[in-house]
Design a binder for this molecule. Sequence first.
Ligand SMILES: Cc1cc2nc3c(=O)[nH]c(=O)nc-3n(C[C@H](O)[C@H](O)[C@H](O)COP(=O)(O)O)c2cc1C
Length: 212
Amino acid sequence: MTKERFSDHFINELEQLFTWRRDVRHFKPDPIPDEIMDQLLSFACKAPSVGLSEPWYFIKINRPELRQKIHNVFKKNNLQASRDYSSDKQKLYNSLKLSGMDDAPHHIAVFSERNPDQGKGLGRKTMPQTTAYSTVMAIYSFWLAARAYGIGVGWVSIITPKDIHQILEIPETLEFIAYLCVGYPQTIRDKPELEEKGWEKRNSQKNKWIIK
Ligand SMILES: Cc1cc2nc3c(=O)[nH]c(=O)nc-3n(C[C@H](O)[C@H](O)[C@H](O)COP(=O)(O)O)c2cc1C
């Protein structure tokens, strides 16, 4: 059934969903039922994509030895990132938890096909990066849908794509986009954790149109 517009009640709920989405790094061990995980994937697949190319691949990483290897890559890169800051910032950086890989019950690696047949190249000749953008749209759909079910998602980017390709044996025709930690959050936060810890805060200027 098509809908011309959604109710004010729904819009109010939607605002709450966007506001409370959060990046989550602390998880309860309880697994998410398969039916809900499948539902989240189906929401992700409703995302828009360049030329209707649907370039995304969501890969569940279940094997403990693969998770461990990827966690080691994160630890190595995180240590390196910390060393790049001056000593006062380094202390604050080290106090941040920047991945939920140690406790998330579900790990998902997301890849994007660089040059998919699907879509027949439409929209990509001028902007080849739009396949990656499309995959990010799918990730955000997954993220919001997860939050609607009370499920937290944490995006980990402190990992070198080359290592992830190697560990998961994924060909270079796919581009590594994200590593997602998924599970029920330990706590519900009304502010980004990085804001709570004094790393960064939202910039109210971003909430204003630039007019030209
Ligand atoms: C592309 C992308 C990469 C991110 N990488 C990381 C990461 O490696 N580690 C981390 O803790 N958070 C990561 N985040 C989460 C951001 O830190 C978080 O979204 C931001 O601090 C705002 O907090 P909120 O999502 O709770 O509103 C990433 C988010 C995005 C969109």
